[in-house]
Ligand binder design. Structure first.
Ligand SMILES: CC(C)(COP(=O)(O)OP(=O)(O)OC[C@H]1O[C@@H](n2cnc3c(N)ncnc32)[C@H](O)[C@@H]1OP(=O)(O)O)[C@@H](O)C(=O)NCCC(=O)NCCS
Length: 374
């Protein structure tokens, strides 16, 4: 047994917990496999990004067509899964439904080995399963029948089709695709780390993804996009939002969607997404929503010198696109599952059990007291 050597860091802040070639998160840059997030956000589809994360290189046109065809081939959920989506109580949060749904889908996969090609096959399945699970659950809650996938649509477009039974508008498809690109990967964040810990025990891919979904759900992580819009929706004007935020910060409350463990000078992804807040609020003729957004942001900056992270604009962008709030973190899963799967594969390729030590702060050695004497 090895003795602990390193200095204890609460929350593992600043600790290097492993190596990765998938993503680089630094103050000055966010790179997926070496590509700048700003370039990918401007030019790439989510499917290209998912392929890049999983395979290490951007796909050729042929490779991309095959990848999209493979995902399309896995979009239909087994009947037993749809039955469970109907049986789960209405009030269950969508993240919990998704966690159960992905776990259940794992039982229908025949590719069980831990070899790379088997893991890639399962990654494609889970990429297809997540949007199908979210869309189907929304439909059954509405008393509607699930919809057959329409091959050939983009991943973002397919989600709109499976949910609403229509093709996406160009703007819906563009912005949903953009958020999927921005959310896809972020190095050793909590959910990815959970997936890697689970993988390091040689558990299966679906188990690792389930561990990651449970971890992403919390408001300090992916749940922040839902918490952020719930905050924005409390107010109908900038001054109202400003007054509340000042008071909340004076009371040392945390404002969801602000701050970041790694970024101290702002989150690249938030900067990219923010212009769409104003554009969409204007288009929907709801300018007060943008006013509230900017008012809260200004107060958090003035009082705490904190920047918004990606979840702050994303919550409002999803709201302005008309999505139900309960699916914002699940949409994050729909994207991040690509990064998780890339990390699961990378962990397998160079695996060592992740098992850190703790610093003991309990009582010193003491004598057992028999029950009759206590
Ligand atoms: C992301 C987060 C967990 C990172 O936290 P961290 O690195 O552990 O930093 P801490 O929580 O220790 O915060 C450091 C200081 O900033 C403050 N702070 C950090 N985020 C804050 C927020 N969102 N609102 C108000 N104050 C915040 C803390 O209160 C603390 O202040 P203090 O030194 O006066 O006590 C944190 O910023 C947070 O909780 N943000 C809100 C949730 C969120 O948006 N999560 C999504 C992340 S992408």
């Amino acid at each position: 047994m090895s003795e602990p050597t390193a200095v204890y860091s609460p929350g593992l802040e600043g600790v290097i917990a492993g190596e990765t070639a998938i993503c680089c998160v630094e103050q000055g840059k966010l790179l997926y496999r070496g590509y700048d997030i700003a370039d990918l956000a401007q030019h790439a589809t989510f499917e290209e990004v998912a392929f890049l994360l999983l395979h290490g290189e951007l796909p050729s046109a042929e490779e991309l067509a095959l990848f999209r065809h493979q995902i399309d081939g896995e979009r239909e959920l087994p009947g037993a899964v749809i039955d469970v989506l109907r049986a789960i109580p209405r009030q269950a949060p969508m993240m919990d439904v998704l966690r159960t749904g992905v776990s259940l889908c794992g039982n229908f996969s025949s590719a069980k080995s831990q070899g790379k090609s088997s893991l890639l096959t399962r990654a494609v399945r889970v990429l297809a399963e997540v949007p199908a699970l979210i869309a189907t659950r929304l439909r059954v809650l509405d008393g509607k029948a699930p919809i057959q996938p329409k091959p050939g649509l983009s991943h973002a477009g397919q989600f709109i089709h499976l949910t609403y039974g229509r093709d996406p508008t160009a703007l819906e498809e563009q912005i949903l695709n953009l958020t999927l690109v921005l959310y896809a990967e972020h190095e050793f964040n909590a959910s990815t780390f959970a997936a890697r810990v689970c993988t390091s025990t040689l558990s299966g891919l679906h188990s690792s993804v389930v561990a990651a979904i449970g971890t992403l759900k919390g408001p300090l992580h992916g749940g922040a996009n839902e918490a952020a819009i719930q905050l924005i929706n409390r107010f109908t004007s900038g001054p109202e939002a400003r007054a509340w935020t000042e008071e909340a910060l004076d009371k040392k409350q945390k404002i969801m969607g602000f701050g970041h463990r790694v970024y101290r000078n702002g989150d690249h992804r938030a900067f990219i997404l923010e212009p769409y807040v104003d554009e969409l609020a204007k288009m929907r003729n709801e300018p007060w929503r943008a006013d509230v957004y900017h008012a809260i942001k200004q107060v958090v900056w003035d009082k705490k010198k904190l920047y918004p992270n990606v979840d702050y604009p994303c919550g409002l962008v999803y709201f302005l696109l008309g999505f139900p709030i309960d699916i914002y973190t699940p949409l994050f899963v729909m994207s991040r599952v690509s990064g998780w799967c890339a990390h699961i594969i990378e962990q397998h390729e160079n695996n060592r059990l992740i098992r850190p030590r703790s610093q003991y702060i309990g009582p010193p050695l003491r004598e057992y007291v028999p029950l009759a004497a206590r």
